[in-house]
Design a protein around this ligand. Structure first.
Ligand SMILES: [Fe+2]
Length: 388
C-alpha cells in the first residue's frame, strides 16, 4: 500500500476500554496507535468535529456472505464478487476483523449452501492473496453436528486453510433453539412452506440423523478444534446441562444461549456469552428465545455479534447504555471490540491503547438529542490504512 499510515486524529470523543475522553486526540504511526492525548492535539490532524472514535469492531459470527452469494433461493452469485461486496459492507459497518461464518455439513433444507463451502473458501483465499480485502478475515466453521457429511467438510477445509473458530450447532427439531416442536414448525414453515405430511417426514429424517450422528460427530469436532487450535463455541445452549456439556467440550464462548438458565450457568462456569445485535436493536429474539437485553441487565452478556445484519453490531453497542443503567458506553463498546478479541486470542487489537493496531472507526451519532439516535460510520481504518 502506498498511502501514508502516519496521521493524527483530533477533536474526537475517544472511547477507551474503561472510560470516555470527551475531547482528545490519537496519533497513528506504522499501522499502530502511537500516542493518545486529552484536550488539544500537539499539531493539526483530521478534525473529527466532536465525532466519536471507537476501536475497529471484532465480529465473530456473521453469515452475511450468504446474503451476497445466495441472493435468491436458487441463485448462486459469482463467488469472488460476493466476497468483495460482503467485505465492503462489513468494512462500512465499522468491522475491521471478521470471522466469516461458513456452514459445514449439508442441510436437508435446500436453501443451505453447505456444499458450496469449498467454493467460498477458495474465493476468500483469492481475495486475500490479491491484497484486496478491506477487513481482516478469519474463519468460523459453523458445524451442524447431526449432518452426515459435516466431518468430511471440516476435515477437507482444515487440510487446506487455517480454522480460527468452530461452533457446534444442533438444529434438530426438538433440540435447543427449537426445544419446542411447534416453534420449529412455525419457524421453518415461514422459511419454506410445506404440508403437514412433508413436515412430519422432514422431522423424522432429522431425528434419525441426530440419533446416528450427533454424538460421534461432536467428539470428533472437539478433537479437530484442539488439533487446529480453533476456538470452540457452543450454540443455542438452552439448559444448565448444555452449559455443562460446553464446559466438558472446552468451549471458549457460547453463542446465543436461548434461556436465562443456560446463560447464568455459562457465566458461572466462566464461559463468555455472545448474543445477537439484531436481538438488542429489535428488542427480542426473532425465534422467540431470551432477549439479549435481559441477559445484559443480569450482567451475563459479554459479546455482541451482528448475526444477520452487519450494521446491527455498532447500533446494538450504542443502544445498550440507553437501555441499561449499569452499562456505560465504554462497557458497551467492549462487547464488540476488546472482549471478542480476547475470546479469540487476538491480543493486538480491540482497544484504543498505545501499541495496539490502529483499527479505528469514526462514528457520528445522528439525531443525538432525539428519541432514537443512530450511530453512522463515517471513516474506517485498519492497521492505519483507510478501508472505508
Ligand atoms: Fe441456532
Amino acid at each position: 500500500m502506498t498511502e501514508p499510515t502516519e496521521f493524527l486524529i483530533e477533536n474526537a470523543s475517544l472511547v477507551l476500554p474503561d472510560r470516555v475522553i470527551e475531547s482528545g486526540w490519537v496519533a497513528v504511526a506504522d499501522g499502530k496507535i502511537a500516542e493518545i492525548g486529552e484536550g488539544a492535539a500537539p499539531e493539526r490532524g483530521i478534525d473529527f468535529h466532536g465525532d466519536t472514535l471507537v476501536p475497529g469492531l471484532v465480529e465473530l459470527h456473521t453469515d452475511h456472505l450468504e446474503a451476497h452469494f445466495a441472493p435468491r433461493p436458487h441463485v448462486r452469485w459469482h463467488a469472488l464478487s460476493s466476497v468483495m461486496a460482503y467485505d465492503a459492507q462489513i468494512a462500512a459497518a465499522g468491522i475491521t476483523t471478521v470471522f466469516d461464518s461458513l456452514r459445514a455439513g449439508s442441510d436437508a433444507d435446500s436453501a443451505s449452501i453447505g456444499t458450496d463451502l469449498a467454493l467460498l473458501a477458495a474465493a476468500i483465499e483469492e481475495a486475500r492473496a490479491t491484497g484486496h480485502l478491506r477487513v481482516e478475515h478469519k474463519t468460523h466453521l459453523r458445524c451442524e453436528i447431526a449432518c452426515d457429511d459435516v466431518l468430511e467438510h471440516v476435515e477437507a477445509y482444515a487440510a487446506k486453510y487455517p480454522v480460527h473458530m468452530m461452533s457446534l450447532m444442533d438444529h434438530t427439531p426438538g433440540q435447543r433453539q427449537f426445544k419446542d416442536l411447534e416453534t420449529w414448525r412455525r419457524y421453518y414453515m415461514r422459511k419454506k412452506p410445506m404440508t403437514d405430511a412433508e413436515a412430519n417426514s422432514f422431522i423424522a429424517n432429522r431425528l434419525e440423523l441426530h440419533a446416528n450422528n450427533a454424538g460421534p460427530n461432536r467428539l470428533r469436532l472437539v478433537e479437530i478444534a484442539a488439533e487446529t487450535g480453533a476456538v470452540l463455541a457452543s450454540h443455542d445452549d438452552a439448559t444448565a446441562a448444555h452449559a455443562a456439556e460446553a464446559v466438558g467440550n472446552g468451549v471458549g464462548l457460547a453463542e446465543f444461549p436461548t434461556t436465562m438458565e443456560a446463560a447464568l450457568a455459562l457465566n458461572e462456569a466462566g464461559i463468555r456469552v455472545m448474543m445477537g445485535g439484531p436481538n438488542v436493536v429489535r428488542g427480542g429474539s426473532h425465534s422467540g428465545n431470551v432477549a439479549a437485553e435481559e441477559l445484559a441487565r443480569a450482567g451475563v452478556l459479554d459479546i455482541l455479534s451482528s448475526d444477520y445484519v452487519p450494521a446491527s453490531l455498532l447500533m446494538s453497542a450504542f443502544e445498550l447504555p440507553r437501555r441499561i443503567p449499569g452499562i456505560d458506553l465504554a462497557a458497551a463498546i467492549r462487547t464488540v471490540t476488546l472482549t471478542p478479541a480476547q475470546a479469540t486470542g487476538l491480543a493486538d487489537r480491540g482497544a484504543i491503547e498505545t501499541g495496539l493496531r490502529a483499527d479505528l472507526v469514526r462514528v457520528h451519532v445522528s439525531g443525538a438529542a432525539s428519541e432514537s439516535p443512530t450511530p453512522i460510520v463515517r471513516q474506517v481504518w485498519r492497521e492505519g490504512r483507510r478501508v472505508s
